[in-house]
Write a protein that binds this ligand. Structure first.
Ligand code: AMP
Ligand code: ZN
Length: 434
């Protein structure tokens, strides 16, 4: 399984992390079904240019210039930030996490293969892939070529033979020394963005493999180009047996959440800095099917936080004794997750188990088994017997009001407030210390 990784010139945003959680769920589901998964992910530390069609500045080099750091330092810093987010979201690390800059030789070799087969041409800024030579270039997106040409006009490179042609190798600018550049048979420069995934996936997984993932934005450009050049280079079709693409997380109002647009929210801004467990975000994404777009809003955090804490609380109340996994419930859960990763349904099955007639010990065993897929760290709920749940502001206000009513011996009002608090999902238990 190959999943496209981050371009490391900024903090990953919640949209990126939605895709990585979806891929993690896929991997866990396959493992739960007893498949052995070999997972490779790339780190794009060079070659991702500001314009989608190989125009503009290199994003990593640009940030290096504006911050006074080296491009290598920038890439290392944001790679660490990315790994940190993976850990915080309980995402299982790929078996191989490979950097584009560590695999330049392999990329050059693949370009040489394409050159030998006559699919490349040289223009003033680099070596390009001639997409018109691939009969079914748009077979992944099923788009009409004219639609792609339309978008490409915005940043047209007049020297290209076809608007959809893309760079395999870009030359370093003549008047400027790049920090990241390498010699090649065509001159000093750096690889284009798409070639890294083709070269590294073939290197680590072989010329044909099972699964390739990313989000939907990759279908018509990045994955289309990866596919065209890999199948041309190896001559083996199909390169990939299954493509899975996750839907986007958009900003409120449907605006695209994109690092390049700078209009993003991150695990830090929305969760860590606000002292909210990052797994609340994982829980939020599991509540929406991976092929349905999500729109970001503060309400998502509030309801996911309530939902996640509620779940932890219920599990905590099951005690510590672990019984038997219930076969019927497991079959139901398996049917949910194997139905195109229907995680909202799987979460409903968790609630059904909690409400069922099973013993607490069997409920616990069953749900902890499900958590191999959910990855919500539910075992922690059992270990930390008393989970500290933050009381929401509105509930705290009602509690204060109730305390005043009790101090004034207004029992009727105190009881009404207790009922109101109960209707909002919190139970008041008065102790002697009150
Ligand atoms: P990037 O670091 O932007 O190159 O993207 C890394 C991964 O995140 C890729 O699989 C993208 O398709 C995915 N991605 C980018 N933006 C979003 C978004 N707003 N929602 C979901 N996934 C995204
Ligand atoms: Zn890729």
């Amino acid at each position: 399984m190959y999943t496209c990784g981050p371009t490391v010139y900024g903090f990953p945003h919640l949209g990126n992390m939605r895709t990585y959680v979806f891929e993690d769920i896929l991997k866990r589901v396959l493992t739960y079904n007893n498949f052995k998964v070999n997972h490779v992910m790339n780190i794009t530390d060079v070659g991702h240019l500001a314009g989608d069609r190989d125009m503009g500045v290199d994003k990593v080099e640009k940030i290096a210039k504006t911050t006074g750091k080296t491009a290598w330092e920038i890439a290392d810093f944001y790679t660490l930030a990315f790994k940190d987010d993976l850990t915080k979201l309980n995402i299982i690390f790929p078996d191989t996490l490979c950097k584009a800059t560590d695999n330049i030789k392999e990329q050059i070799k693949m370009i040489e293969k394409l050159e030998k087969k006559g699919y490349t041409y040289k223009i003033s800024d680099g070596i390009y892939f001639d997409t018109s030579k691939v009969a079914d270039y748009t077979k992944l997106s099923h788009q009409k070529l004219e639609e792609l040409k339309e978008g490409a006009r915005v940043e047209a490179n007049v020297e290209k033979k076809n608007p959809t042609d893309f760079a395999l190798w870009k030359f370093s600018p003549k008047d400027e020394k790049r920090q990241m550049e390498w010699p090649s048979p065509w001159g000093i420069g750096f690889p284009g963005w798409h070639i890294e995934c083709s070269a590294m996936s073939v290197k680590y997984l072989g010329e044909q493999f099972d699964i390739h993932c990313g989000a939907v934005d990759f279908i018509s450009l990045h994955h289309t180009n990866e596919l065209a050049q890999t199948e041309t280079a190896t001559g083996k079709i199909p390169w990939v047996n299954y493509w899975l693409h996750g839907a986007f997380l958009n900003m409120t109002g449907g605006r695209k959440m994109a690092k390049s647009a700078g209009d993003v929210v991150t695990l830090h801004t929305e969760f860590i800095n606000k002292n909210i467990n990052p797994l609340v975000y994982r829980f939020a994404t599991l509540n929406v099917h991976y092929r349905k777009p999500m729109e970001w809003s503060d309400d998502i955090t509030v309801s996911a936080k309530n939902g996640y804490e509620n779940l932890l609380n219920k599990i905590c109340n099951l005690g510590q004794k672990i019984g038997q996994i219930n076969k019927e419930s497991k079959a139901k859960f398996l049917a949910d997750i194997n139905d195109d990763l229907n995680m909202p349904k799987a979460l409903a099955t968790v609630q059904e188990v909690l409400k069922s007639d099973l013993s607490d010990a069997d409920k616990l065993a069953t749900i902890l088994d499900f958590d191999k897929v959910l990855g919500l760290n539910l075992e922690n709920a059992v270990k930390n017997e008393n989970i500290k749940i933050e009381i929401p502001k509105n509930i705290q206000a009602l509690l204060n009001e109730r305390k005043i009513a009790r101090d004034n011996k207004d029992w009727k009002k105190a009881d009404a407030l207790r009922d109101q608090i109960l209707s909002l999902g919190f139970e008041v238990k008065d102790t002697n210390k009150d």
